[in-house]
Design a protein around this ligand. Structure first.
Ligand code: NAG
Ligand code: NAG
Ligand code: NAG
Ligand code: NAG
Ligand code: NAG
Ligand code: NAG
Ligand code: NAG
Ligand code: NAG
Length: 364
């Protein structure tokens, strides 16, 4: 109901913007685009590249109250997903849901109910670099992407390799940019964090390292990077087709606030977010892992999420908000629908999760 109120008050503005010049879209052009190592893009049904950046722990209203976030979705080819929900609490299982469509029962709600897989018992698994003992048969979106022949990379700010963690004095002379699965390995600490100055990496927000189906395979590990590599790939015009990006604990607002977060975006991302290359045939998603209170009272874990890209049609004011129900599993079903033309490949919640539509907002 509150969203409807905001929408009404923004209607005049939206109507004005709808008459503005739309971002030029060049459908069909992207078959010429290439990802890392010159690998050609596989054409998707709705888009050719999906980018996801994940922020932390804020209710939807305080985020809207920040001027940058409040305005972001009102631009041409930008759309607020006005009924997007996180799945659970604490953070980590939400990240598992983003790439696996399930948290395998590993969440705080189960902990409260005494489920043996629960979060509160994770430290019992110390001695392993897994926060949870997923079996090697646990699949992720990576399996879907590779089946479709689609390039992917995941980037984490402040991630370092194990020898770098153990030799902190070398931190400021890092070269080359770290790549691989070892960069959060710290025996005995499944909840590992690493701080460089005031900027903290945490493995909890980088779900790829918790799946043996990824970490046991060298060629998959080679797609996990320190975030600096993202900016290299961007400059070269060789971004992969699937991008997962996680900021550090300050930039993602876990340890800060919406003002700090929006300043980080303006400083680090604004030019990229608006660039023709980044917009072209892309579906870009900015979302949060969970709300601040993760309860029914804060609108059932509803979070601020925006989808944008040249293919996101915003011909009228109404196109700037999609009221369809989405949750983190939609990030997977959307990938499946786009490149395989079907959903449910993981056999988890991906079978049922709504596909995020680009052309027109969904109405159900
Ligand atoms: C934690 O594990 C112990 C034994 O391993 C079990 O008895 C207990 O119920 C578990 N607690 C939770 C909250 O899952
Ligand atoms: C983790 O999984 C491995 C292989 O599936 C198994 O050998 C091991 O006992 C498990 N460890 C725990 C703590 O459950
Ligand atoms: C880790 O980083 C250090 C310092 O940059 C480097 O010497 C080493 O080769 C790296 N190890 C791996 C496995 O990447
Ligand atoms: C971290 O932040 C505190 C206060 O916010 C500041 O005093 C300190 O100098 C910072 N440390 C580094 C290494 O940036
Ligand atoms: C927002 O977060 C930043 C970084 O942690 C901090 O310096 C600043 O004081 C915070 N502002 C408010 C209003 O809490
Ligand atoms: C969420 O929790 C914060 C403190 O943790 C509180 O200030 C705020 O009022 C809560 N919001 C809702 C909607 O419950
Ligand atoms: C759907 O997701 C929930 C939460 O992560 C999980 O408990 C459930 O097992 C999942 N269902 C399937 C079929 O994977
Ligand atoms: C997410 O949403 C879909 C419907 O779009 C639903 O089937 C699923 O159970 C929800 N939860 C999870 C964890 O995916």
């Amino acid at each position: 109901m509150k969203l409807a109120g905001i929408f009404a008050s923004s209607c005049a503005l939206l109507a004005a913007m709808a008459q503005g010049k739309p971002v030029q879209s060049e459908h069909g052009h992207s078959h010429g685009q290439t990802g890392p190592n010159g690998v050609k893009y596989v054409k998707g049904r709705q888009f050719d590249r999906i980018f996801q950046i994940v922020f932390e722990n804020h209710d939807v209203w305080p985020v809207h109250a920040d001027p940058w976030f409040g305005h972001f979705w009102k631009q041409d080819n930008h759309r607020l997903l006005g009924n997007y929900h996180a799945i659970t609490h604490v953070s980590q299982p939400n990240y598992f849901n983003m790439i696996a469509g399930t948290d395998f029962g590993d969440n705080m709600y189960n902990a409260v109910n005494g489920n043996p897989n629960a979060m509160s018992n994770l430290t019992l698994l110390a001695g392993s670099d897994m926060p949870i003992n997923f079996t090697s048969s646990a699949l992720t979106v990576v399996d879907v992407l590779e089946e479709a022949g689609v390039t992917w990379r995941a980037y984490a700010e402040e991630s370092r390799n194990s020898s770098q963690y153990q030799n902190p004095h070398h931190l400021y002379t890092l070269d080359p940019i770290h790549q691989g699965c070892d960069f959060d390995y710290m025996p005995g600490d499944p909840d590992f964090q690493w701080s460089e100055g005031n900027h903290t990496y945490t493995r909890r927000h980088f779900p790829f390292v918790s799946f043996p189906s990824i970490t046991s395979r060298k060629e998959r590990c080679a797609n996990l990077f320190n975030a600096d590599q993202f900016f290299e790939d961007y400059k070269k015009g060789e971004l992969p087709q699937y991008i997962y990006y996680v900021p550090n604990l300050e930039n993602d607002m876990h340890d800060s606030n919406t003002t700090y977060g929006s300043e980080y975006i303006r400083h680090t991302w604004k030019e990229i977010f608006d660039s023709k290359y980044f917009m072209e045939n892309a579906l870009n998603i900015l979302t949060f892992d969970e709300s601040a209170n993760f309860t029914l009272t804060d609108m059932n874990n509803q979070i601020y999420t925006v989808a944008w890209g040249s293919g996101v049609e915003t011909n009228s004011a109404w196109d700037h908000i999609d009221w369809a129900y989405y949750n983190h599993t939609s990030l997977i079903s959307t990938v499946e629908d786009n490149w395989l033309g079907k959903i449910g490949q993981l056999g988890t919640n991906d079978t049922y999760a709504n596909v995020i539509s680009v052309k027109k907002p969904r109405t159900n």
